[in-house]
Ligand binder design. Structure first.
Ligand SMILES: C[S@@+](CC[C@H](N)C(=O)[O-])C[C@H]1O[C@@H](n2cnc3c(N)ncnc32)[C@H](O)[C@@H]1O
Length: 260
């Protein structure tokens, strides 16, 4: 069984965003997305990713970050960047970026655009278009530290698209004190059965997964200061040190770093 293009026009086609939404028990999935559940543990992984998002955003906001650029945002569910950031900083500004038009349609219905919130329909492979987008410029102050989030999206970007250069171009445009939070599926310790299911589900789609080693994921943070507890399983990420955590057969690693 294989997924169709993630960017297809119809709701009958599965997309990573709606599959993820399904894993999070959200309302935005189509029936076809259910095939994207590569293992029963993928549901745990999705929850852990959501927990990491909340921890990372809270930590950035606690460091004084008041604006966020969430690239590959998916559907803003309960625990969205706006919700978490504004619990710490009620004036927090958020730009959500995703290249899936269905995500945009649903996101706009869930969270209204206002003076502190924008949605930008541009792909992560076009950092200049994201940064120069009129909505990004309207909501984010380029002189202020920004919390950049790239959670569970860079594993859809293949080597030929220069994934490291894309992240570097976004962070190069940010002032010192800006943060990067990134989560990525790793090939390390991957259960062979899960690997087979990943290949079955994602290969031949417009968004096959690229599994990277811990060292390869760490490269996304080049030039930045990675904060404690470093690059760890997202379920273990805690700003006070790695929490106790037993990884499943498919691991999602995450870290938060600061631009010096
Ligand atoms: C697995 S979801 C993760 C959503 C969210 N970041 C989170 O961590 O909960 C991946 C998201 O990345 C988006 N995505 C995939 N490829 C993308 C690309 N090239 N540019 C922008 N967004 C992309 C998908 O549409 C989807 O919403």
């Amino acid at each position: 069984m294989s997924l169709q293009s993630s960017k297809g026009p119809g709701i009958s086609r599965p997309s990573p965003a709606r599959a993820f939404d399904f894993l999070l028990c959200g309302a935005g999935h189509g029936a076809a997305d259910r095939v994207a559940v590569v293992s029963p543990e993928a549901r745990d992984l999705a929850w852990e990713n959501g927990r990491f998002l909340a921890e990372a955003v809270r930590h950035m906001a606690g460091r004084g970050v008041r604006q966020f650029l969430d690239i590959g945002s998916g559907l803003p569910l309960a625990g969205s960047v706006s919700e978490v950031a504004r619990a710490v900083r009620p004036d927090a500004r958020v730009v959500y970026v995703d290249d899936d038009p269905l995500v945009h349609a649903q996101a706009r219905a869930l969270i209204p655009t206002d003076e502190r919130t924008a949605f930008v329909e541009v792909g992560v492979r076009r950092p200049k278009a994201i940064l120069d987008h009129p909505e990004t410029i309207r909501v984010l102050d380029p002189g202020e530290p920004t919390g950049v989030l790239l959670l569970s999206v860079m594993h859809f970007v293949h080597g030929e698209d220069d994934p490291y250069g894309l992240v570097a171009r976004v962070m190069d445009a940010m002032p010192p004190g800006s943060c990067l939070g990134l989560a990525h599926v790793t090939s390390d310790d991957l259960d062979p059965g899960v690997r087979r299911r990943i290949d079955e589900v994602y290969n031949g789609t417009a968004a096959p997964l690229v599994l990277r080693t811990t060292a390869e994921i760490m490269r996304f943070f080049d030039g930045l200061r990675v904060l404690v507890p470093g690059l760890v399983d997202v379920g273990a990420w805690d700003a006070d040190g790695a929490a106790e955590f037993k990884p499943g057969p498919m691991r999602l690693l995450g870290a938060v770093a600061v631009k010096p």
